[in-house]
Design a binder for this molecule. Structure first.
Ligand SMILES: *Cc1c(COP(=O)(O)O)cnc(C)c1O
Length: 409
């Protein structure tokens, strides 16, 4: 492969060039009305995105991190609480928990989907907590603090096993806030309800990010809270705007976390194309799967999409031993890749104070050492994918069996 055939990890330019005229119109409309913060463009987008998610309310905010923080606070998570989440996520998940005044408590993940393992949540609640029947709360034994919420992360565009998590939340009276920042339009088949549910519609509330590289991305920073609860939506609206009920009447201290009108207009324009882009991502994913299974050994493992899931493939992640060597080889042939994420949160310096150590979450740790995100975006072409898998094939062939763990028959 020569240099003109480089395959970037992410191509954000092509889709924006296609939509240039439409997006420029948004900017012109904003200039002509001089309505830059709030106003009709924000409200129109909020209505459209709520409809897309199948929720009653959507509150546009400044980022996915704002959305998570506001959703947690609006749902009643407060200072001194413990909130359960996973170690293999972007740090914004736990930043929001800490910023709401709570402490993150990690549980390990499912090896096949990389999402929160409900069995591990149950294990934690049963073995590391005490239910205080008198107060009706669950207390974390180690810290003596009340456990009040679960934040499942719909990682890589695939929803966590929500039926099981919602069941546990109900049993232990915990709030569920979905981190749907990578999962715009992802679906989950709820056996309990016998129908498909969209990401962002299952928990008390959910957080979305519209960071440019997300499946629905702004041309800057943006995010949203979705919920079916009027009071929760109202509280989120106050939190994003300095705790105001009306101008200069502050019921509480809030934040500057509003969605600006130009971003809302851009998101509204792009939302129309999202179902089509999702289909393109899903076809690309299935093409990768076919190409990878044709390698004919199990040295490259694609992530699993259970029958109850419609993944929107924010990322296409494979697992391979000697991952770092592979990255170098791919880079030398002009193929961009990523690692999401190389260091699990419980081992980050920022969380040294939480007292976790290596070995606490073996599945997340093993995954972090082996996962690799291949190029994935709607406009990724089939010949580019073949090029990527050709290099993968070469790599596992030259690696030979000696570098792999000998397989015991
Ligand atoms: C992107 C992302 C966030 C944060 O979103 P921002 O808009 O960057 O604040 C939170 N959680 C996950 C899983 C994300 O991927």
């Amino acid at each position: 492969m020569n240099t003109k055939d480089t395959i970037p990890f992410l191509d954000l330019a092509t889709m924006h060039i296609e939509l240039e005229q439409e997006l420029t119109e948004v900017f012109k409309r904003a200039l002509r009305t001089a309505s830059f913060i709030g106003g009709p463009m924000v409200e129109e987008f909020e209505r459209a995105f709520a409809e897309f998610c199948g929720t009653k309310y959507c509150v546009g905010v400044g980022s996915g991190t704002d959305a998570l923080r506001f959703a947690l606070m609006a749902a009643g998570v407060k200072s001194g609480d413990v909130v359960i989440t996973v170690p293999n996520t972007f740090i914004a998940t736990t930043e929001a928990i800490s910023q709401a005044g709570a402490e993150p408590r990690f549980v390990d993940i499912d090896e096949r989907t990389y999402n929160m393992d409900p069995a591990k949540v149950r294990e934690y609640l049963e073995n590391c907590c005490t239910v205080d029947d008198r107060l009706g709360v669950v207390i974390d034994n180690k810290s003596g603090r009340p456990v009040t919420a679960i934040v499942p992360v719909h990682l890589y565009g695939q929803m966590a096993d929500m039926d099981s998590l919602m069941g546990l939340a109900e049993q232990y009276k915990l709030v569920v806030i979905e981190d749907a920042c990578q999962a715009h339009g992802a679906q989950y088949f709820s056996k309990k309800e016998n129908h498909w549910r969209t990401a962002g519609s299952m928990g008390r509330a959910a957080a979305f990010s519209f960071y440019p590289g997300k499946n629905l991305g702004a041309c800057g920073e943006a995010g949203a809270v979705t919920t079916n609860e009027e009071a929760l939506a109202q509280k989120s609206r106050m939190l994003r705007d300095h705790g105001q009920t009306k101008k200069y009447y502050h019921a509480l201290e809030g934040y500057n976390g509003r969605l600006d009108a130009i971003q809302a207009g851009i998101l509204q324009a792009k939302l129309k194309y999202l179902p089509q882009w999702t289909e393109m991502r899903r076809s690309a994913a299935s093409r990768y799967r076919d190409l990878i299974s044709a390698i004919g050994n199990d040295k490259v493992i694609s992530s699993c999409e259970p029958e109850w899931s419609r993944c929107v493939y924010h990322l296409f992640v494979v697992r391979v031993e000697n991952r770092d060597e592979l990255i170098k080889q791919l880079a030398s042939t002009g193929i961009g890749t990523g690692i999401h994420y190389p260091i699990p949160l419980h081992l980050q310096n920022a969380y040294a104070g939480l007292g976790y150590k290596k070995g606490d979450f073996p599945i997340a740790e093993k995954a972090a050492a082996e996962i690799l995100s291949l190029p994935m975006y709607p406009h990724l072409r089939g010949d580019q994918q073949s090029g990527v898998v050709r290099e993968l094939t070469k790599f596992v062939a030259t690696e030979g069996p000696s570098l792999m763990e000998p397989k015991i028959a």
